[in-house]
Design a protein around this ligand. Structure first.
Ligand code: CA
Length: 227
C-alpha cells in the first residue's frame, strides 16, 4: 500500500483528500502544521508527501528543506499563491512537482500517481544507461544519441543539459538548477543561454522543434523531459 502524508492546515481540504485517497486504497496520514509533518515523516516513512506551502507554524519551503536533509521522498507541493517565484523556490528546495489551488481532485490524483510511478521507475533503473524514445535513443554511458540510425552530434553543453533532464524523466527541472549545473551561475538574466541551447537540442532531436514532444518548456519555471 502506498502511504501518503498530507500536510495541510485547511481541515475541509484534508477531509476531501483523505476520503478520495482512502477510496483508492492509499494509506493516509495528515499533519496540520510543519512540526507535526516532520515528526510524522520520520515516524511513518511515507511513500509520497503532499505539502501545502502556507502552514500556520512555518513556511512549507522550510519544511521541505528540513525534510530534504534526510529524505528523498517525492514531494508534491500545493500552492495557493500565484507567484511563480514561490513555486520555483519550492522546486529548488527539492519539490518534485507542484499544483496550484484550487485544483481538481482528479488532477491531484494524477500528479500523485505520476510522482509515485517516477520513484518506482527510478529505483530499478538506477543503473539504466539507455533512454529509448520513439524518435531517438540516448546512451548515457557512451554519451551518444542516435536518431534514425545516425549519430546526433551534440556539443558538451547540449549533452550536459540533455543528461540532467533525461535522468529526471517527467520531472520539472528549474532554470536555476540547470544554470548552476551547466554554467555554474544562477543569475536570472542568463536564462537566454537556456533558451538558445534548448532550441538547438530541439532542432537536433525533435521531429517538430516548434512543437516539442520530449523537451518541454514550463514557462517561467524550467524544463521537463517527457520520455
Ligand atoms: Ca494553508
Amino acid at each position: 500500500m502506498t502511504r501518503v502524508l498530507v500536510v495541510e492546515d485547511d481541515p475541509q481540504l484534508v477531509r476531501a483528500l483523505v476520503i478520495n485517497m482512502q477510496a483508492r486504497r492509499y494509506g493516509v496520514d495528515a499533519a496540520p502544521d510543519g512540526a507535526t509533518a516532520l515528526r510524522l515523516a520520520a515516524a511513518r516513512q511515507p511513500d509520497v508527501v503532499i505539502l501545502d506551502l502556507g502552514l500556520p507554524d512555518m513556511d512549507g519551503v522550510d519544511v521541505l528543506r528540513a525534510l530534504r536533509g534526510w529524505s528523498r521522498v517525492p514531494v508534491l507541493v500545493l500552492s495557493a499563491r500565484r507567484s511563480s517565484g514561490e513555486k520555483v523556490a519550492a522546486l529548488d528546495a527539492g519539490a518534485d512537482d507542484y499544483i496550484t489551488k484550487p485544483f481538481s481532485m482528479d488532477e491531484l490524483l494524477a500528479r500523485l500517481r505520476a510522482a509515485v510511478r517516477r520513484t518506482e521507475d527510478i529505483t530499478p533503473s538506477a543503473g539504466t544507461t539507455r533512454v529509448v524514445t520513439a524518435d531517438f535513443t540516448i546512451d548515457l554511458l557512451a554519451k551518444k544519441v542516435v536518431r534514425g540510425g545516425t549519430d546526433v552530434r551534440l556539443t558538451p553543453t547540449e549533452w550536459q543539459l540533455l543528461e540532467i533532464l533525461v535522468i529526471h524523466p517527467g520531472r520539472l527541472v528549474t532554470q536555476k538548477h540547470l544554470l548552476q549545473e551547466v554554467w555554474g551561475v544562477s543569475q536570472r538574466n542568463k536564462t537566454n543561454y537556456l533558451r538558445v541551447y534548448m532550441a538547438q537540442l530541439r532542432r537536433k532531436l525533435e521531429s517538430d522543434p516548434s512543437h516539442p514532444r520530449y523537451l518541454i518548456t514550463e514557462p517561467g519555471m524550467g524544463y521537463r523531459f517527457e520520455g
